[in-house]
Design a protein around this ligand. Sequence first.
Ligand code: FPP
Length: 242
Amino acid sequence: MPNIDPKKLPKHVAIIMDGNGRWAKKRGINRVRGHQKGADTVREIVRTSREIGVKWLTLYAFSEENWKRSKIEIQALMKLLKRFVKSELEEMLENGIRLNAIGRIEKLPEDTKKALFDVIEKTSTNKDMVLTLALSYGGRQEIFDAFKKIGTRIEKGDLKADDISEQLISNSLYTAGMPDPDLLIRTSGESRISNFLLYQIAYTEIHITSTLWPDFGKEEYLAAILDFQERERRFGATSSRE
Ligand code: FPP
């Protein structure tokens, strides 16, 4: 790992994995093959994160908007996800990786949910890294759900409007207990946030690459981390260099 400074690692990396469809189209093959190749990239990025010491990795694997895709593509993605969590269990246990999921998970098909909850449960005591899959996830829906939670507590008399704080909002999101992402990577060249972690990315550094997700590998991931390490994060304050 040349040049990576272990003291300046992003604690939490979030990734918008985009471009599986375009990768397949370029080769004249079915979109689903692009997702399958994308799952291999997921494996490589999880391994690399663990190897270099990134503690939190959050992947946008299925958005709320993705339910609008064809039934065939949705079914293929759900099957792929089920197979992926099952096949990775052993390696996750060996490497101290805990699986976590955020989003409206209740909307997933029963068999996918079952496989997911099984691996979440079996890895629940792992402490070295947390892999979070955002599934049926939307940032606005997350904020909406948090408002409802807070509103219900106020209605019940557990909470007063005056008790609402940034911390309370953070703790009411799906990501409660997780640090905010330090680095957000988006593949395939689009400069959009696409409803991902809207509240959490207030001070996150953004790295966009034109590489399509199935072609994104260890080398480019390390380059993105190096790029992050070369930036100066100010969180709204003035520069220490001034
Ligand atoms: C975006 O590509 C990707 C997705 C909608 C799903 C991401 C899924 C994977 C990477 C594979 C399975 C995931 C796991 C965790 C095993 P796109 O289809 O929008 O690409 P396009 O914009 O080129 O059409």
